[in-house]
Structures are given as structure tokens and as C-alpha cells.
Design a protein around this ligand. Structure first.
Ligand SMILES: [Zn+2]
Length: 414
């Protein structure tokens, strides 16, 4: 399925569904069984180090069909294909660690495709569940059909239940890519996703996270006091506040990713791979989850992966490639002399105890990310960036306000 993104621009729209209690139960059970199929295939395929559909089918299909007799065949195949995609993408990203990680189902929805969903022009939507096939009517929101009037339904989407218990469908629409969009420039740019800056690039541009952090702190404080109250209405208000906060983060992520994707003269953005890092970090965090500071950190992991998601599809349109380096030591290594030391980061500034180099710490990380990637891609002639960025202090940085109340500041030359 994911291969569609090579040929098409894809857009997803989320639409709530009005269904009966029985249909809702069927969806909940389908998600459960889909998850079981996904994880079973994931274990088998990883253990046997294969991405063959046929082998997976022969080995597992009958078995799964016995355990879950009501699970639609089409969904069984989709779960299998989704696992295979996930393993393939891991293998191509980490060619030295093939099959090193077993994919785990974490979604709150199950995937549907031409085998299991249909949408007619009059809004009739049908899709498979463990029970009777659901047949309902939906309306595509006007803003979406206006903006993407030249898109067609890609016969692909997902069915799930949101945190308010409302069932929904995500429908994917597509448009054929006119031609391979050629990137305009040759600049390779390192991107650090941090807390001080939402992102900082090796070109010296930083998007301040101040507003987001302030928002989070405010909400966390309010939510904490509401949770201590413990009444039903307090819990409800606390939940709403969380939703408001995540809408704000989403808004900011859209703006930042758009700015990056539409920057001229860039061929590659290089980011840290945070997928492995997140898990370890989370285990550590769960012990200390009560601390305000740490829950702040955890929610920023989520925000970081959302930013990556937005950046990926926007860059697809503008033809900028996205690649990754392993996230190790990029923030504690001195960009100038390569010295690695834990105590190097002091209050947003990186201060090298070896050579005395001073630089804004997120910019240092972005430069290291870029250098690390160039080192492993000797065939790419990246335009050289200044090895000695002029930044020594960011006290007088220029900041211009963006619509979200977000600040963009130039780290270089301040
Ligand atoms: Zn140094």
C-alpha cells in the first residue's frame, strides 16, 4: 500500500461515523483481532527473516483463521501486508541490522483497502468487521473536497474509535504525481528536534518551542490540580484540556514542517532516528512519570514523531529527500573538535571543555547530524557549510512572529 506514495500525492480525511452499539462493538473487536493478526505475523516473519507473503500465508493463515473464525480474509491479508511493509522499511533503513526489530501493533484503528472498504459517489460507505459488513452514509467535509477537488478515493483508509468513543473512518485520497519533482538545490541540511527549539537546522534557523512549552506547563499545572480533585467533571475538563493542547501542537507542527518543506535550494533534510531512542527513554520515564518535567518530555516525543510525519508528506510534494542518522551523541559531541562529554550542555549553550568552542546547543546537534550523514555518504557532494559557525551567543537574536505565536529566529549571525 505504501508504494502508492511513490506515484501519488496522498491526503487523508477523518470523518466521524454514526453507528449502532452493535456496530461499535464489532469495530472494537475487529481492532483487537487485527492487532493479534499483526503481532502474530510480525513475530513469525521476523523470526524467520523473510518478507515473503506466500511463506507467511502458508505458515500462519490457517492457524489464525482457526483462532479467529469470524475475522475477514481481506483484513487478515492486510494485516500481513502491513507487517511486511513495516519490516521492509526497517530493513532498508538499517541494512546492517536487518530483522533487528519486531514490529508491534500500536494503532487504535485497523487498515482497510480495496478488499474491505468501498465508497460510492452518493456517500455510501461499506467496510468489513468481524461481524456484519457495515453499510452507512457519510459526507466528505466541504473544506476537503474544495481543496482537493482533483483527488480521487485511493480505496484505502482505516477504521477506528477515538478517545471519546466515537467511531471514525480515515479515507485516503490520491492524485497522480505530474512528474518527478526535482529538488532545486543541493544543500544537505541537518535538523535537530529538541525541546529548547522545536527544530534547529544546521543552516542556523531555529523554531522556538517557548510558546509550546509555556502552553504545556500551563496545561500540565491545571490538569494536575484537576486530577487531584478527582471528580467526574474535573476529569472531563482535564481530558478536554489535553485535547486542546494536542491541537495546538499539531497546528505548530504544520507550520514548522511547511516552512521547512518549502525552503528553497535544499535537497536533503537529515534527522535523527528517534524510533529506538523513544522506547528506552519511555521505560526510564515511566518510573518518574509523576514529575512534571518528565511528562513534558514524554509528550514532546509524540510531538516529534508527528512533526516528522508532516514533514515527510510535505517534502514529498516539494521533492526534498528525508534521511536519518542514528541518534547517539549528536548533542554531547563538540562539532568543532569532536570531543564527547556529558557536562557539555549548559542552559541551551554547548560549551566544549576541550577546545572552548561555544555554540547554541541545538545548532551544534544539527551540525553534527549533518556531518554524521555526510560521513556515511561520501558519494554525495554536499555544499560545505561553514565549519566554524559564527554563533557564540544568542542573547540578541532576531525574532519575527509567525501566525501561531511561534518564533522563528536565526541562530547564525546573532
Ligand atoms: Zn571542542
Amino acid at each position: 500500500m505504501e508504494k502508492q506514495s511513490d506515484k501519488y500525492h496522498l491526503r487523508t480525511v477523518n470523518i466521524p461515523l454514526t453507528l449502532t452499539a452493535d456496530q461499535l462493538t464489532n469495530i472494537a473487536n475487529t481492532i483487537k483481532e487485527y492487532s493479534d493478526h499483526f503481532n502474530t505475523y510480525a513475530h513469525w516473519l521476523t523470526a524467520n527473516e523473510t518478507t515473503s507473503k506466500k511463506k507467511a500465508h502458508t505458515a500462519m493463515y490457517a492457524n489464525l483463521a482457526t483462532i479467529h473464525p469470524n475475522f475477514p480474509t481481506g483484513l487478515n491479508q492486510t494485516a500481513r501486508d502491513q507487517v511486511i511493509e513495516s519490516i521492509k522499511s526497517y530493513n532498508s533503513r538499517w541494512p546492517n541490522k536487518k530483522y533487528g526489530k519486531t514490529p508491534k501493533f500500536s494503532a487504535k484503528s485497523y487498515r482497510v483497502d480495496a478488499r474491505t472498504i468501498s465508497l460510492k459517489g452518493n456517500g455510501t460507505l461499506t467496510f468489513s468487521t468481524v461481524g456484519k459488513r457495515v453499510n452507512t452514509t457519510i459526507a466528505i467535509p466541504k473544506w476537503f473536497s474544495d481543496r482537493y477537488s482533483d483527488y480521487e478515493f485511493a480505496k484505502w483508509g482505516s477504521i477506528g474509535i477515538n478517545r471519546n468513543g466515537i467511531p471514525f473512518v480515515n479515507l485516503v485520497f490520491r492524485k497522480l504525481k505530474a512528474s518527478e519533482v526535482k529538488p532545486q538545490g543541493k544543500r544537505i541540511v541537518g535538523v535537530d528536534r529538541g525541546i529548547h527549539y522545536i527544530v534547529a537546522t544546521s543552516d542556523g534557523v531555529g523554531y522556538s518551542g517557548k510558546k509550546i512549552r509555556g502552553n504545556k506547563r500551563k496545561h500540565l499545572h491545571n490538569r494536575k490540580s484537576l486530577q487531584e480533585k478527582g471528580t467526574k467533571s474535573a476529569r472531563r475538563r482535564s481530558r478536554r484540556m489535553g485535547q486542546k493542547e494536542s491541537r495546538f501542537t499539531k497546528h505548530v507542527n504544520h507550520i514548522v514542517s511547511k516552512e521547512l518543506a518549502y525552503s528553497p535550494m535544499i535537497s536533503h533534510y537529515i534527522l535523527e532516528d528517534l524510533s529506538g531512542y523513544g522506547k528506552k527513554q519511555q521505560q526510564k520515564l515511566s518510573k518518574k512519570a509523576k514529575s512534571l518535567k518528565h511528562s513534558n518530555k514524554r509528550s514532546s516525543d509524540w510531538a516529534h514523531s508527528q512533526l516528522l510525519e508532516f514533514l515527510s508528506y510535505k517534502c514529498e510534494v516539494t521533492g526534498i529527500a528525508i534521511d536519518f542518522v542514528e541518534a547517539a551523541y549528536t548533542s554531547v559531541t563538540c562539532y568543532r573538535c569532536g570531543f564527547v562529554g556529558k557536562s557539555n550542555r549548559i542552559k541551551g549553550m554547548f560549551h566544549c571543555s576541550e577546545c572552548g568552542f561555544r555554540i547554541q546547543s541545538d545548532l551544534n546537534a544539527a551540525l553534527n547530524i549533518r556531518a554524521k550523514w555526510l560521513l556515511s555518504h561520501p558519494e554525495i557532494e554536499g555544499e560545505q557549510v561553514d565549519c566554524e559557525p559564527t554563533v557564540m551567543s544568542c542573547k540578541s537574536r532576531r525574532e519575527s512572529k509567525l501566525s501561531a505565536g511561534l518564533t522563528i529566529s536565526s541562530l547564525r549571525g546573532c
